[in-house]
Write a protein that binds this ligand. Structure first.
Ligand code: MG
Length: 401
């Protein structure tokens, strides 16, 4: 079965945006649900449906660029065409229908505001469509339904037996749907595809299901949908990736004579310096390792092996800059850093400020977001005996938007 998927996203989201200062060029479908635009989630739901050969999205005017950058760039595997929506949902679907490939006998229409159509049930639509002109996802109506007169008086209770709520996706034969648009003079006011096909005598079936296929109409719906998504209910939903992360780093270098002493990129005048393959800057190494840790990129030894002659006597700011670049590439930037230098001598009092300033500059942070602390080891251990310097660092990073 070859299917053209049409996502009806042409609406102006009036109910959703009610009360908000009316932004003309927006749609609820770009609202974020757990960090992702609603429309992206809707598209993702169809990624694994077999039989879909093309995807067309009918959009309200003026938001094509936003959809391209915020939605389509996130799902590069999907071949999607953007089509101009119409004044009604039905007109939007018609505009898209005209652009579908005639080689595809079937058209599946889905509301852009339904992010979680149950994938298993959607696949069943395709299996059960044969012999009909259309088949739609539907749920037996659960609430008690009243017929009410204009003045509020109940005229009767509607028998729920055999009453279904029509949802999407709706799968219809392309030829029949086109015919319905031609023949039905009120086609542009139809609220779903089934009713169009019915209106010309076509046979449409329901595929009843009892799953949850929310249509996000109000901001409250969005909250509920987000809670559902975050709970990871429903098969195949991916867990949400965190937007902050932390990393820890620690480094020790031996202090020996006839070496320069660098800490945080600052040259510290002292009779000894840190031994190392690089310039031995233990603070920059601890910070670099913390950055790598936060971004899940391994450790400094994996990136700058001390067996590689290329890195002999390398200045550690080069290491830090390269690692910053890699974490940025992974989508992270530091937001705060705390660090500790454990050193008996020399006293760092006057250098702490300079180190802090330097780190803030390299990490592109405000100085208030960079902390450099120093302490002695009370004469104990290799640091206390003046034989080593140890540094520790903790960084917090956030996702680059
Ligand atoms: Mg080191």
């Amino acid at each position: 079965m070859n299917v053209s998927l049409i996502i009806a996203a042409g609406g102006r989201s009036q109910r959703f945006l009610k009360g908000q200062k009316l932004k003309r060029k927006t749609t609820k479908l770009l609202h974020l649900l757990a960090g992702k635009p609603l429309l992206s989630l809707t598209l993702e739901s169809f990624q694994k449906i077999r039989g879909i050969r093309e995807v067309l999205i009918a959009l309200p005017p003026g938001i094509k660029k936003q959809v391209q950058s915020q939605v389509l760039s996130q799902c590069p595997d999907l071949k999607v065409r953007l089509v101009r929506g119409g004044a009604t949902r039905s007109e939007s679907v018609r505009n898209a229908l005209q652009k579908t490939n005639p080689k595809n006998d079937w058209v599946m229409v889905h509301d852009g505001a339904r992010p979680f159509p149950p994938a298993g049930e959607v696949q069943k639509l395709l299996l059960k469509a044969n012999g009909a002109d259309g088949i739609i996802l539907a749920r037996p109506v659960v609430p008690t339904l009243k017929k009410v007169s204009g003045n509020g008086r109940i005229m009767g209770t509607i028998d729920r037996n055999g009453v279904f709520e029509a949802e999407t996706p709706q799968l219809v034969r392309r030829k029949v749907l086109r015919e319905a648009y031609r023949k039905n003079p009120r086609a542009l006011f139809a609220t779903d595809e089934a009713s169009l096909v019915e209106s010309i005598g076509g046979r449409v079936k329901v595929h009843a299901h009892s799953g949850w296929n929310v249509k996000v109409t109000t901001p409250e719906d969005l909250l509920v949908a987000e809670a559902y998504y975050l709970k990871n209910a429903g098969a195949g939903l991916k867990p949400v990736s965190p937007s902050v992360t932390v990393g820890f780093g620690r480094d020790t270098h031996r202090l020996v004579e006839a070496r320069k002493f660098y800490l945080g990129g600052i040259r510290i005048p002292f009779e000894k310096g840190a031994l190392g393959h690089s310039d031995g800057d233990a603070l920059l190494h601890a910070v670099s390792d913390a950055l790598l840790g936060a971004a899940g990129l391994g450790d400094i030894g994996e990136w700058f092996s001390d067996r590689n002659p290329r890195y002999k006597n390398i200045r550690s700011e080069k290491i830090l800059k390269k690692i910053l670049e890699e974490t940025r590439r992974k989508g992270w930037r530091p937001t705060h850093i705390d660090s500790l230098i454990i050193l008996e001598r020399p006293k760092l009092g006057i250098y702490k400020k300079r180190i802090r300033k330097q780190l803030a500059r390299w990490l592109d942070l405000d100085e208030t977001s960079v902390s450099v602390k120093a302490k002695t080891q009370e004469g104990l251990g290799p640091e206390g005996e003046g034989r080593a310097v140890t540094c520790e660092a903790l960084v917090m990073m956030e996702k680059i938007q």
